[in-house]
Design a protein around this ligand. Structure first.
Ligand code: GUN
Length: 291
């Protein structure tokens, strides 16, 4: 029997635990505040950001949302970030990526006060993560770790394959997996678009984490029987549905589920965890800024 890893359930547990921390902060006169900034008219980004705002409400945090016209000069975004950095009611700042081409993504990430960088993308926070001393673990890899923990999936000594080398998921995920200690100690291979024989890497892996944004790239024939499969991909593909598309992961679910020991569905796997860990990081940021 394959275990279906229920991200919605684990995320609900994380959120319910956070409510207690939020209440404690409120007793001290501090309501954790998360600012989301959207400079895009991409439908998926709009959906993600509105879900993040709804999550804030659910756990009793303040959600502040700023929208900037995607055609506006970059300066507007930098001014917004400067204002949010200076606002003591804002403990966490998330600028939804991608930003438009005329905006320098690196400069955006570096403009955010590292203490408010709840994404964990600022070079200072990346450095801390790589050094094994993370202040903010990036939300998706952190969420994946929580799922592995919740389902007692052993990483110590495991052969893990991370497919994808993005700054948001692949790189921090691999970094966490190789670290000493619980939820680390995995022998980790990072595959990407120039990997010559992906199957040769995945078919011996105990844990496969797919985060490339290629619909159904990994199928059951590429997996070791009993492997844990974590699907980070959320791809919109054309389909005869009301919305005109359906969501599929980077894993071809049916054939993978038949071989895997445990697998995350899309939707309902990693996505809810990413959002829950964003709330977690915001509570950490608020606590640190209150000390
Ligand atoms: N775009 C896709 N995922 C993310 C994320 O985790 N953080 C931000 N800021 N943008 C994203």
């Amino acid at each position: 029997m394959t275990t279906i890893i229920d991200g919605r359930e684990v995320a609900a547990t994380v959120r319910s635990e956070l409510v207690a921390s939020v209440d404690t902060l409120k007793e001290q006169g501090v309501t954790p505040g998360l600012a989301t900034v959207l400079m895009s008219d991409d439908g998926a980004s709009e959906t993600y950001v509105s879900m993040k705002q709804r999550d804030c409400e659910e756990v009793g945090m303040n959600g502040i949302h700023v929208e900037i016209d995607p055609d506006a000069p970059a300066k507007e975004l930098f001014e917004t970030i400067a204002d949010l950095n200076a606002d003591s009611d804002v403990h966490g700042i998330l600028v939804q990526l991608p930003v438009p081409d005329h905006v320098d993504k690196r400069a955006v990430v570096e403009a955010i006060d590292p203490k408010k960088d709840v994404d964990g993308f600022h070079p200072k926070n990346v450095g801390k993560l790589v050094a094994g001393n993370a202040q903010f673990k990036p939300c998706t890899p952190h969420g994946v770790q929580k799922l592995l923990e919740a389902y007692d999936i052993e990483t110590e000594g495991a052969d893990a394959v991370v497919i994808g080398r993005s700054d948001i998921v692949g790189k921090p995920m691999a970094n966490l997996l190789i670290q000493k200690g619980p939820l680390g100690n995995a022998t980790t291979t990072v595959c990407h678009s120039r990997t010559t024989d992906l199957k040769a890497k995945t078919e011996t892996a105990d844990i496969v984490i797919a985060a490339v944004g290629v619909p159904e790239l990994v199928d059951g024939s590429m997996l070791k029987p009993g492997a844990t499969v974590i699907d980070v991909g959320v791809n919109r593909v054309d389909a005869d549905t009301e919305k005109g598309y359906k969501l599929v992961g980077d894993v071809e679910y049916e054939s993978a589920e038949a071989v895997a020991g445990a697998i995350t569905p899309v939707p309902g796997g990693v996505g809810p965890m990413t959002r829950a860990m964003l709330l977690y990081n915001t509570v950490v940021a608020a606590s640190e800024q209150t000390e």
